[in-house]
Design a protein around this ligand. Structure first.
Ligand SMILES: Nc1ncnc2c1ncn2[C@@H]1O[C@H](COP(=O)(O)OP(=O)(O)OP(=O)(O)O)[C@@H](O)[C@H]1O
Ligand SMILES: [Mg+2]
Length: 504
């Protein structure tokens, strides 16, 4: 501390050692006023650890110097990977927390004004959110918007650094554009921005400079113009990746899941047929119904399904326990809330959904077989570090996601319902996960992939349903699939390429 600097943020010789692991190794970097810096690197390379040290969540190893602006006057504002909202509180109350005590803490709050203010802030991102319900009841994407709006609310001056840890993981094209507009606006006013993302087209679009970490070391610090998309892939993956192979079309069997009259808060009335061996995508902007669909079918999200058949057998409305028993698996968009138990080990998380049937069959678990099998999955989805006994909380975000995916894939479900399956997964590991999804389909599972990432859907799906305002507005077969077409259709345009040129 105490260094004088023209920069808004200057970090020198920052290391961070966790028991048995050096997460950051002698990292030095700076952020100038008005500059947007992208921080990239593989899952587990140390990005979030760097952010958490800056935020004071982690104490750095001795010897680090961190300077904030002239005379330390710059402020840091964070949007963490897990957003840092208090689930039981409403959007309004979360905004209050963000401001700290003071205004409104003792005085009875002018409720109407606060609600209006909060609504205006989230409306700036094109979202209509009930600002008075607990944020726990909002979708992952809506909570992201609340967190972003909160971080941008009420800056006293512009000598700030805004740090965003994967803010776009659950946002669709249009919302991403709104976020980028907001980010550019604060940078234009002189703030610095540090921005973590695995979506390299976003990095290409937004960043003035890219800093890449690998195994905790800073391996590149390059200005815009000095790199192209392929260079970034190579920096991150450590080698040039061959383009992810397109999934070959598969023969489809009969429907593994037939649902009629699906309804939910954002879904009006929808039918769905998912076939054995099929990878069916669902695209759409925030609020289109895309984020609720998988959860409603599985019975984890409030809603209704007038009639539902699994493997040709009518089942009533599912709840998660009955869904699992019927052979339906669900990878939720919000792993913290529904997908995983953070305190348990990766191994325990991966064996959780199977515990019951195994116990019933053998009286107790065959621990050694279980252990071997989990080790195999840790290898297959490339969990790093490959230590199944570690608590899930101690893995990086992308590696937690791999554990959640493995847990469901290893159950060989009839129908696998996924929401944002590769959120937070780095470019290298993504290809491996697509391959596992394709293998599961080839083995006969029907797979539903709801995703805000149109590129991902265009790459892996046999067919994609585009949702808007709670209903399917387009159905696109593999031969006509394109990223741009999906984005266009989600916004109300035509699927076929042509006239318009919206940016994705
Ligand atoms: N509290 C902790 N205790 C022990 N190890 C930790 C802790 N937090 C993170 N790690 C380890 O530190 C390394 C860096 O993790 P970090 O979360 O910074 O990665 P990341 O670059 O943000 O990855 P991702 O892209 O997956 O989010 C990982 O190996 C992770 O397992
Ligand atoms: Mg991270």
């Amino acid at each position: 501390m105490g260094v004088k600097t023209e920069q808004l943020l200057e970090v020198r010789h920052l290391s961070k050692t966790f028991p048995g692991l050096k997460a950051l190794d002698d990292v030095s970097l700076e952020v100038a006023p008005g500059e947007i810096v992208a921080l990239v690197g593989q899952n587990g390379s140390g990005k979030s650890t760097l952010v958490k040290v800056l935020a004071g969540v982690h104490q750095p190893d001795p010897g680090a110097e961190i300077a904030l602006g002239e005379e330390g006057r710059a402020g840091l504002h964070f949007i963490h990977q897990d957003l840092g909202l208090v689930g039981m509180l409403s959007t309004i109350e979360n905004f209050d927390l963000g401001r700290g005590l003071g205004r409104g803490a003792l005085l009875p709050a002018p409720v109407h004004d606060e609600a209006r203010h909060a609504e205006e802030l989230v409306a700036g991102f094109g979202a209509r959110i009930d600002v008075e319900v607990p944020v726990d009841r909002l979708s992952a994407a809506e909570r992201t918007i609340v967190a972003i709006a909160r971080a941008l609310d009420g800056w006293e001056h512009d000598r700030n650094v805004l740090v965003l840890d994967e803010p776009t993981a659950s946002l669709h094209g249009e919302e991403v554009e709104k976020l980028f507009t907001a980010v550019r606006r604060v940078a234009a006013r002189g703030a610095g921005v540090v921005f973590i993302s695995h979506r390299l087209d976003e990095v290409m679009e937004l960043a003035d400079r890219v800093i890449c970490l690998r195994d905790g070391r800073l391996i590149a610090d390059v200005a815009r113009g000095e790199y192209d998309h392929d260079d970034l892939v190579e920096l991150i993956a450590g080698e040039a990746l061959t383009a992810a192979e397109e999934v070959a079309p598969r023969a489809h069997g009969g429907p593994v899941l037939r649902a009629r009259g699906i309804g939910a808060a954002t879904i009006v009335a929808m039918d769905l047929d998912l076939h054995a061996g099929e990878i069916l995508g669902v695209s759409g902007v925030l609020g289109s119904g895309r984020e609720e669909l998988a959860g409603v079918l599985f019975g984890a999200t409030p809603g209704e399904v007038a009639s539902l058949e699994i493997g040709g057998t009518p089942v009533g409305r599912l709840d998660p326990r009955r869904a699992i028993a019927a052979g339906v698996a669900y990878v939720p968009g919000d792993r913290r809330r529904e997908g995983a138990v953070m305190r348990l080990s990766a191994r325990e998380n991966m064996t959780l959904p199977r515990l019951r049937p195994l116990r019933r069959a053998f009286g107790r678990l065959d621990q050694r077989a279980e252990r071997r099998e989990v080790d195999g999955w840790v290898e297959r989805v490339a969990v790093r570090p490959a230590e199944p006994e570690r608590a899930l909380d101690l893995f990086s975000g992308g590696n937690q996601q791999k554990v959640v995916l493995a847990k469901w894939l290893r159950n060989e479900p009839k129908a696998l319902l996924m929401d944002e399956p590769t959120q937070g997964v780095d470019v290298g590991a993504k290809a491996g996960i697509y391959e596992l999804i394709a293998n599961a389909a080839a083995a006969g599972a029907g797979i539903l992939v709801c995703s805000s990432d149109a590129k991902e859907l265009a790459l892996i799906c046999d067919r994609v349903l585009v949702m808007r305002d709670g209903a399917v507005v387009a159905e696109v077969e593999r031969s006509r699939l394109s990223e741009a077409g999906l984005v266009r259709a989600g916004l109300g345009g035509a699927v076929a390429s042509g006239q318009t040129s919206e940016r994705s």
